[in-house]
Design a protein around this ligand. Structure first.
Ligand code: FAD
Length: 342
């Protein structure tokens, strides 16, 4: 379904920097829409190192990637951002009235006065399995995410991988699919032990099939899959009848559609000034890992600083008549009211 949303600010990316931008904009009474291709907030912190400790966030001697994300979510709660997860911003166009139109791959359209690109290293994209000719089945029989479980009702689903996503979807899709087969190259899994136990119980109960080996061939025509050929460790092969193949081989980061938005780029990064962190296009800002300027350090704390200065400039762009007054959260009753603490 296509949705048209009118906004003051759309933030592209819900990594730590995009999340903190919600806070800085919120202090200036600007509510943000935040879009991320992932199904949850945190960007690299949540996706790449949720349990690793970070030691250089000011005043937090040690915090894991997930804890930092959870803390940021709590900090921005008073500003009620609208999140649009599992959506990639695919296009950015200029409107005659100076605003921007952003479209997502999920059919949403935003018309916004300000765009804040907080896209980090770019969009996380699924890794394709090394099966010859797999591209021909992409989108029809091969899917890298589950948007709606119903789409797999009564289908013979084959899932590849040994991590959390592969195990979670094996367990969940077993409820709707005609049959689920999990294929992994070895009989050991990286997923949470509770999920592994659950999967093994379903195999024991003959609800799910487990095959150890590697898919070497997809059998089918015109993008419609009929079966996958699996090679076991001893070199023997067998076929598994399959309507839908779901490979979960992890994610890589690619700049993605941002490259086509007409922005000046320098080595896949977006150059900005260091006063407002605005790109060469007025009204489009870039903060966090995605931007570049002399002396840039790709650190979370740099992105937080950039978010604060961006917000001041964005406020003036949204309402040119507005006088932005500098205030401390410790002493300003007006800021404390916005934060819900006064
Ligand atoms: P990201 O965290 O990359 O988030 C960007 C988000 O934008 C992603 O979720 C992505 O899906 C989304 N996105 C991109 N394009 C689109 C699009 N077109 N549509 C919708 N969404 C989109 N930094 C430190 O300061 N200290 C450390 O100790 C530290 N340790 C690290 C350890 C590791 C292993 C790694 C990988 C990084 C580490 N970093 C550390 C770097 C830190 O994680 C990054 O600086 C930080 O995540 C940048 O935040 P960000 O919000 O700019 O981008």
């Amino acid at each position: 379904m296509t949705e048209h949303i009118s906004a003051d600010v759309v933030i592209v990316g819900a990594g730590p920097v995009g999340l903190f931008a919600v806070f800085e904009l919120g202090l200036l009474d600007i509510r943000a829409h935040v879009v991320d291709i992932l199904d949850r907030p945190g960007g690299q912190c949540a996706e790449l190192y949720p349990e690793k400790p970070i030691y250089d966030i000011p005043a937090l001697p040690v915090v894991t990637g997930q804890q930092l994300t959870d803390n940021l979510m709590e900090q921005i709660r008073p500003f009620q951002p609208t999140f649009h997860f599992s959506e990639m911003i695919t296009s950015l166009d200029h409107l005659p009235d100076g605003r921007f139109r952003l479209k997502t791959d999920g059919g949403e359209t935003f018309e916004t006065k300000v765009v804040v690109i907080a896209a980090g290293g770019g969009s996380f994209q699924p890794k394709r399995p090394p099966i010859p000719g797999v591209e021909a089945f992409d989108g029809k029989s091969v899917h890298y995410a589950v948007r709606k479980m119903e789409a797999f009702r009564a289908q013979r689903v084959t899932i590849l991988g040994g991590g959390d996503s592969a195990l979670d979807w094996t367990i969940n899709l077993a409820q709707v699919a005609a049959r689920v087969t999990l294929i992994h190259r070895r009989d050991a899994f990286r997923a949470a032990p509770a999920s592994v136990n659950k999967m093994r119980a379903l195999v024991e109960a003959d609800v799910v099939d487990l095959a150890i080996g590697q898919v070497t061939e997809l059998i089918g025509e015109n993008g419609v899959l009929e079966a996958v050929k699996v090679k076991r460790d001893d070199g023997s092969t067998h076929e598994i009848a399959t309507d839908a193949l779901l490979p979960f081989f992890g994610l890589t980061m690619k700049l993605g559609p941002i490259a086509d938005w007409g922005l000046a780029l320098h080595e896949n990064l977006v150059p900005v000034d260091t006063e407002k962190f605005e790109t060469t296009t007025p009204g489009i800002f870039a903060i966090g890992d995605i931007n570049t300027y002399p002396g840039k350090l790709k650190l979370i704390l740099s992105g937080f600083h950039e978010a604060a200065l961006m917000a001041q400039a964005a406020a003036r762009r949204i309402d040119p008549e507005r006088r932005v007054v500098f205030q401390y959260t410790t002493s300003s009753t007006s800021l404390q009211k916005k934060l819900g603490v006064a």
